[in-house]
Design a protein around this ligand. Structure first.
Ligand SMILES: N[C@H](Cc1ccc(I)cc1)C(=O)NO
Ligand SMILES: [Zn+2]
Ligand SMILES: [Zn+2]
Length: 291
């Protein structure tokens, strides 16, 4: 059941989320020439995220950071795990993709900053992890933060991981995808996508927004195809959700080009902060449920 019964923990942690930190992470990631899944820059960006997340982990015995190697390309996915206490067998996944592209023909020297697609999502998630770890939050369920490789070439990194989890019969209670969180194309703040997602979990997210983020306006939209990594989890039968920055019609026109820069999103991360807030509420409310 999607009970909302952890107000004390959520309301203590929410105010600690800072858009300045999100901005810094987007800047760092978009400074790589590109983050394409086959280039040296793409490999370096994955290693940078791993080092950043290892710093967040510090020496907490219940926190591990690993890079997930993929057989057919060099860029690894990154996974930070906060092991649960008395319900560790049940897992919550929060993901975004670390790769970037300017479309077919992207190569070693291509300029693909990918500030919104999807440095913004990785940055929004990194800030949630920072606050959970800085606040010494201890979940009862296991929480996994994931930065996927090779999303732009067919959701390949998340497909590998979701298939592995299914093979291992891992109980994933829910998966949340953050892909493009910082370009506000509409008056509404967050759009819940209804295709390739789970309706009950989408309802839970709407209730979380109402309970914790009452000033945010929600909308609903559809991609019409498997448009990001949530579809990999959905394909394995897990409950997935995809809160997105805008409606389909008003989505960021600069993506997959050299103009997908922080400047194209107004050199701010206030929009991305809303997604960190929703993701934190999701992680803490779901993470705090016992067996
Ligand atoms: N296709 C997706 C981006 C994308 C997703 C939803 C909408 I509406 C518009 C654009 C992509 O490039 N993910 O990396
Ligand atoms: Zn993309
Ligand atoms: Zn994307």
């Amino acid at each position: 059941s999607y009970a909302i019964d952890n107000q004390a923990a959520v309301n203590k942690l929410l105010p600690q989320l800072q858009d300045s930190n999100i901005l810094g992470t987007i800047q760092s990631l978009s400074n790589y020439q590109n983050r394409f899944y086959t280039t040296s820059h793409g490999v370096n960006a994955s290693n940078w995220i791993a080092s950043q997340w290892k710093q967040l982990a510090g020496n907490r015995a219940d926190v591990t950071v690993e890079q997930f190697s993929h057989a057919n390309w060099p860029q690894k996915s990154v996974i930070l795990t906060i092991k649960g206490t008395d319900n560790a067998a049940e897992t919550i996944v929060l993901g975004g993709h670390l790769d970037s592209t300017i479309g077919s023909g992207t190569g070693e020297s291509s300029r693909a900053p990918g500030a919104d697609d999807d440095a913004s999502g990785v940055a929004s998630l990194t800030e949630v992890a920072r606050v959970l770890l800085a606040g010494n939050y201890q979940p009862r369920r296991t929480i996994k933060f994931m930065a996927y490789a090779a999303e732009e070439v067919g959701l390949r990194g998340s497909a590998d991981i979701a298939k592995r989890f299914k093979q291992q019969q891992t109980k994933v209670v829910g998966a949340l995808q953050l892909d493009m969180t910082n370009y506000q194309g509409d008056a509404e703040d967050i759009f819940l996508f209804t295709d390739y997602t789970n309706a009950a979990q989408n309802g839970f997210l709407a209730n979380l927004a109402k309970a914790y983020l009452p000033s945010l306006k929600l909308g609903y939209s559809q991609c019409g195809y498997a448009c990001s990594d949530h579809a990999s989890w959905n394909a394995q039968g897990y409950a997935a959700s995809f809160p997105f920055e805008s409606s389909f019609d008003n989505s960021n026109p600069y993506i997959h080009s050299r103009n997908d820069t922080l400047a194209s999103s107004g050199n701010q991360a206030r929009h991305a902060l809303k997604f960190s807030q929703l993701a934190l509420a999701y992680a803490v409310e779901l993470g705090s449920d016992g067996p």
